[in-house]
Write a protein that binds this ligand. Structure first.
Ligand code: FPP
Length: 253
């Protein structure tokens, strides 16, 4: 079974894809939105538990109004078109982020679909929309300040107060479009994620490439800061001896 349970994707390269074809940047978003369903389907077929797509960041508010409106309308169109397929495939849909600037009608479509799918137990599909990793961290800190007053906050507490704690850590973060950045996406959750950067711009990304990436990454060894058991045995024996000799207590990293 694959160790990849939660995949997050930064769908980058839409604007450059369109500009390279002498088209307006928004055309790239239109093409980009048309392949989202293929990727969702591939994730679902592969038994991935959670797929989180970065559709609109807090920083994207500074883009031209025409581009912002196109992204809003693509979100709405996607939800109306795919609603039945999402429900029929047992997919739980949510939007993560601040929806303040969205048209009321779109907010209602989102809320209705979230409600209709809240008890479905298939793929957890999340669109990060109006989302920023730093905002999520600040919001989490503020909620924790209200809830945990009488003791130190732990990593477990922090994870529980994130926007969508049930998604868990990200196992694989893919970024299309050739840049190698995290861009304020799921900052807490990617701590131990495998990172995969592909040159392919999002509008040219495909089920095939997505599947190949998952297969490649599944064969990578993920150590989470530890070493293989036999090396670990050697090292931990040395470590214990060193600790005994120096009689200092140490914290594992
Ligand atoms: C980055 O490309 C991408 C975005 C800002 C938005 C991604 C959104 C979509 C793919 C469509 C949304 C669809 C749905 C269904 C929600 P960029 O414009 O920054 O590309 P560039 O780096 O080439 O300029």
């Amino acid at each position: 079974m694959s160790s990849i349970k939660h995949v997050a994707i930064i769908m980058d390269g839409n604007g450059r894809w369109a500009e390279g074809r002498s088209r307006q940047r928004v055309w790239g978003h239109v093409r980009g939105s048309s392949i989202v369903s293929d990727i969702v389907e591939e994730a679902d077929d592969r038994g991935i538990e959670a797929l989180t797509l970065y559709a609109f960041s807090t920083e994207n508010w500074s883009r031209p109004l025409q581009e912002i409106n196109t992204l809003f309308s693509l979100l709405k169109k996607f939800l109306l078109k795919e609603k039945k397929r999402i429900i029929d495939n047992n997919i739980r849909f949510k939007v993560m982020g601040k929806l303040d600037g969205l048209p009321e009608e779109t907010k209602k479509i989102i809320k209705d679909l979230e409600n209709e799918t809240k008890d479905l137990n298939g793929l957890k599909l999340t669109f990060a929309f109006g989302y920023g990793g730093r905002s999520e961290i600040i919001d989490t800190v503020n909620r924790l300040r209200e809830e945990v007053k009488d003791r130190d906050v732990t990593e477990e507490d922090f994870s529980k107060y994130l926007y969508q704690p049930e998604l868990g850590d990200v196992d694989l973060l893919i970024r299309t479009g050739g840049d190698q950045r995290i861009s304020n996406f799921l900052l807490w959750q990617v701590a131990y994620a495998e990172l995969y950067f592909t040159e392919t711009p999002w509008p040219d990304f495909s089920r095939k490439e997505f599947g190949e990436i998952i297969e490649k990454v599944t064969t990578r060894e993920r150590r989470f800061g530890y070493v293989k058991e036999c090396e670990g045995f050697k090292i931990s024996s040395l470590w214990a001896k060193k600790n005994k000799d120096s009689s200092h207590s140490k914290v594992n990293q």
